[in-house]
Design a protein around this ligand. Structure first.
Ligand code: ADP
Ligand code: MG
Length: 663
């Protein structure tokens, strides 16, 4: 059944739903409330003057509407509540006029002006609700109202009762879970807290079970392929290359390189995760592994989540391998078909040793002559399925993932259960902690003054504005322009300021990024685009506006853009509200510590980043909060896979096929 078949859904609604990433009825019923509203109904006689409350009332007169302006009106009527006759007013609800009928019981939410006998409602519900009502609240946008979404989901659940149930029947029996349909009913239309909790638990378990199934099936596959490529590269050869680098490696980096070398020189297929905080220098480890792979005459591929990052890696590799005879190329979506075809041909012929690219690398027509190693940078940005699809391009290529997600080792072992891990904890020598300060908007002058100092010292600055995150809203762009204007005035138009925002075309973004890298642009106003990977050593200051809008993990990633050489770097968090959690940023530069504190303060971290992250974007589960359930699901998944039961289950066969098995 399609969305079109649901009562109340037309073309326009479909467009609005699409904006919420809802494309079919499964997406719709799996769009869960992020919280619930409960009510405390009061007797009017017990309400004091100007108190906010919810009351039940009977309509006593037909509503009158007064229009002040086109979009500004007042609706008023008389109502009886708790034996008191009151005037009710509400603004901008003229459309309710014909729905409010004399004699009907309704619910009023708002402020009671007792002395004037007036009830100023902020919301009116056209039926009588009670203290047991639990109202689901969804993330909505301006095109679609919470109420509409409730209705559409109700309509869907009313006509379609069949939904894929991923919990195998034995497991369902073991835990006595409610059925999938009941759970969906309850999560969208709770009857009471107890049943809501049970349903939530069931949906969380199911989501984590599927997640662990994917992980464990990949692990099983990797384990079964014992014969990887065996190389024969000596430690001396590697050391010689390391000596040629412009800096000496930290002990952690050397250990990670050794882990890679051992894996590459063994029959075992390498499947290694290199975990290290931002700025710890993971890239060079991967580059050395690619050089080892090159010494053995195999091709390497490096996958990056954004074009900016792919280009940066590409240039970095060119630079660090210029004394070797390596042919390295770049492939990204914005290149012309002809350019891409040319590169694909050369890849297939074996003329290219290292290819760096974005998702463009993942298409079926990218064929390698002899792919021996695949590196995926910022691994958490890719989904489980994506992370396997490139591996299948070679015979049995070795695999390295780079990830900056600061997760404690126990979590890593579960979530990355299919991989070996190397940790890079130290920062390169000479790195200073980034001095971080919280400033109010009223103290902006101090910040601007400090910015000017840095620029006079020929350093560069990132300014992050959360305003540009909403890509299709022009009003945001206006605000950013205003920010630029302010700075232009403050700096007397003498400083070159660039803006990187979502509305720009790829080549425009690239030009701006290049100018920043080359020091032509001194201040880069940007979005969280810079959050991943971007490396401009000369940038020594970051100013983050509305810092309280970001999670600590995001702030830490953002801040990691500065402090990339031995200069003292600074970070200003601009925020008017008093936020305890921001203090954590001033206390520490350690991603692990910060994520731990985030957890203590908020009860849950944004440990796994924001929505963009591939694997970790759960609809209802939260790995940290639900860690015990995750462990249980893992145990159950292992039994489920061992029993081979999944081969007779269509849903799991589909997952397995999607993971794109080696034939
Ligand atoms: P991340 O781990 O965040 O991906 P990068 O690999 O981008 O970090 O490295 C950060 C910066 O530090 C880069 O400019 C890199 O060239 C540099 N770097 C890496 N290792 C060292 C080292 N041992 N000594 C000095 N600089 C290093
Ligand atoms: Mg990186």
């Amino acid at each position: 059944m399609d969305l079109q078949n649901i009562k109340g859904i037309g073309d326009k609604t479909i467009k609005s739903l699409n904006k919420l990433n809802i494309y079919n009825i499964d997406d719709l019923v799996n769009y869960y409330p992020f919280r619930y509203q409960t009510y405390n109904i009061k007797k009017l006689s017990s309400v004091s003057n100007n108190e906010n409350c919810t009351i039940i009332a009977t309509v006593e007169s037909n509503p009158q509407v007064f229009y002040f302006k086109k979009n500004f009106n007042r609706l008023s009527f008389k109502a009886l509540s708790d034996n008191l006759l009151i005037n009710v007013t509400i603004f901008n609800r003229a459309f309710l006029k014909n729905n409010i009928k004399i004699g009907e019981e309704i619910t009023l939410i708002g402020k009671f002006e007792k002395l004037k006998n007036n009830f100023v409602a902020s919301d009116i519900k056209l039926d009588k609700i009670d203290n047991n009502t639990i109202e689901p609240i969804y993330h909505v946008n301006k095109d679609i109202k919470n109420k509409t979404l409730i209705k559409l989901i109700d309509n869907t659940l009313a006509i379609n009762k069949e939904y894929d149930d991923y919990i195998p029947s034995e497991i369902n029996d073991k835990y006595g879970f409610v059925s999938k349909y009941e759970a969906l009913q309850e999560i969208h239309n709770p009857s009471n807290i107890k049943e809501l909790k049970q349903s939530k638990l069931r949906l969380i378990y199911e989501e984590l079970f599927i997640f662990m199934f994917k992980i464990m099936i990949i692990k099983k596959r990797n384990d079964s392929i014992s014969l990887g490529i065996r190389r024969n590269v000596s430690q001396t050869q590697v050391n010689e290359y390391i000596k040629s680098l412009p800096f000496s490696l930290t002990d952690d980096q050397l250990n990670a390189v050794n882990d890679c070398l051992n894996d590459l020189n063994s029959d075992k297929r390498m499947n290694r995760l290199i975990l290290g905080d931002v700025g710890s220098g993971k890239t060079i480890v991967a580059i050395i592994a690619m050089v080892i792979n090159y010494y053995s005459n195999y091709q390497s591929a490096m996958l990056a989540p954004t074009e900016i990052l792919a280009k940066q890696h590409y240039k970095n590799i060119l630079n660090l391998t210029k004394n070797l005879n390596i042919s390295c190329e770049l492939i990204v979506g914005s290149m012309s078909v002809r350019e891409k075809n040319n590169i694909k041909k050369r890849l297939e012929n074996g003329e290219i040793d290292i290819i760096v690219g974005t998702h463009a690398l993942l298409t079926d027509d990218v064929i390698f002559k002899d792919l021996g190693l695949v590196v995926t940078d910022e691994q958490h940005r890719f989904g489980v399925n994506q992370r396997t699809s490139l591996q299948n391009k070679g015979k049995l290529p070795d695999i390295i993932y780079l990830s900056a997600t600061p997760i404690p080792r126990t979590y890593a072992l579960t979530i990355y259960g299919d991989m070996d891990t190397s940790m890079i904890k130290q920062k390169p020598n000479g790195r200073k902690d980034i001095i971080t300060k919280i400033k109010k908007n009223s103290e902006l002058k101090d910040v601007l003054y400090h910015m000017l100092e840095e620029i006079k010292n020929n350093h560069q600055i990132y300014v992050v504005s959360s305003l540009i995150t909403n890509e299709d809203d022009n009003s945001d762009l206006k605000d950013v322009m205003l920010l630029k204007e302010k700075m232009d005035i403050a700096f007397n138009n003498k400083v070159n300021i660039g803006i990187l925002h979502g509305k720009l075309k790829n080549n425009e973004k690239e030009a701006i990024m290049n100018d920043f890298k080359n020091g032509i642009i001194k201040i880069l106003i940007c979005t969280t685009i810079v959050e991943v990977g971007v490396d401009v050593k000369n940038a020594t200051m970051m100013v983050i506006f509305d810092a309280d809008r970001f999670g600590l993990a995001t702030l830490h990633q953002l801040r990691g853009r500065v402090g990339r050489n031995d200069l003292q770097s600074y970070c200003y968090l601009i925020c008017d509200k008093e936020k305890e959690r921001l203090n954590v940023m001033c206390e520490s530069n350690d991603g692990f510590y910060i994520s731990q504190k985030d957890f203590e303060i908020r009860g849950e971290g944004d440990l796994f980043g924001t929505k963009q992250s591939g694997d970790m974007s759960f609809k209802i589960a939260d790995i940290k909060r639900d860690y015990k359930i995750l462990l249980q699901a893992k145990e159950d998944v292992i039994k489920f896979i061992d029993s081979n039961e999944f081969r007779y289950n269509n849903l799991y066969r589909r997952i397995v096929n999607n993971i794109d098995f080696l034939n």
